[in-house]
Design a protein around this ligand. Sequence first.
Ligand code: SF4
Length: 249
Amino acid sequence: MMTHETRPTSLTLPISSREAFILSEVFYSIQGEGMLAGAPSAFIRYCGCNLRCRWCDTPGTSWSPSGRTWSLAEILDRLGTYPTRYAVVTGGEPFLFKNLALLTETLAAAGYHVTVETAGTEFQSIRCDLLSLSPKLAHSTPRDVEGGREAEMHEKRRLQLPVLRSLLRAHEYQLKFVIDAPGDIEEVEGILRDLDAGVPREKVLLMPQGTAREELEARSAWLHPLCLSKGFRFCPRLHIEMFGLRPGT
Ligand code: SF4
């Protein structure tokens, strides 16, 4: 069981702690995806994204952004009420925000293990223990949403190989792909070839697309054996299996 002693200690905030962070939510839940799946984690969700995935599971950060400003002190105070040392900075797209560096430095200095989740379209220097990189495949392009008005912008931005290479070089990482159909595996293989970054297959996570348990079950049925035959890691979405698609989980 997690004890109070496992929480990071408080620290003196830097002068720039007046910085305002635009966040959708700060909450405590289990990490549902990736190598730290199951870890009790404090989530800090930035509001704002430069992509518009067709199946976005956090539309409140992208298609219909809504959030408020938080101070660094307020974020740390909230995190201090959660019995965990795992902090996950997510979005939206955290790398769009210049104060991501300040946030990650502060969390690390306070003793948190810091994961940053990103689609990998923008670069800046940050501090993190695990970068969860999730480049978006072609099926994410919203050609059939709102008359396709965001499709061209999304398609142009979604895959930035030079940025991905820089991020892979800079951090311990996991490379996570949302899989919609069996044919997507060829696209993943193509990206790995084009990256030419020596990514070990066990660091490549394939996650079924779906925001409902039934969708996840249906796709998992063919994705499990595909992962086994190709040597990729299967990535569950525990938070959806356990809670459904709900804010704060
Ligand atoms: S990158 Fe993430 S937050 Fe942005 S639109 Fe896609 S799924 Fe939503």
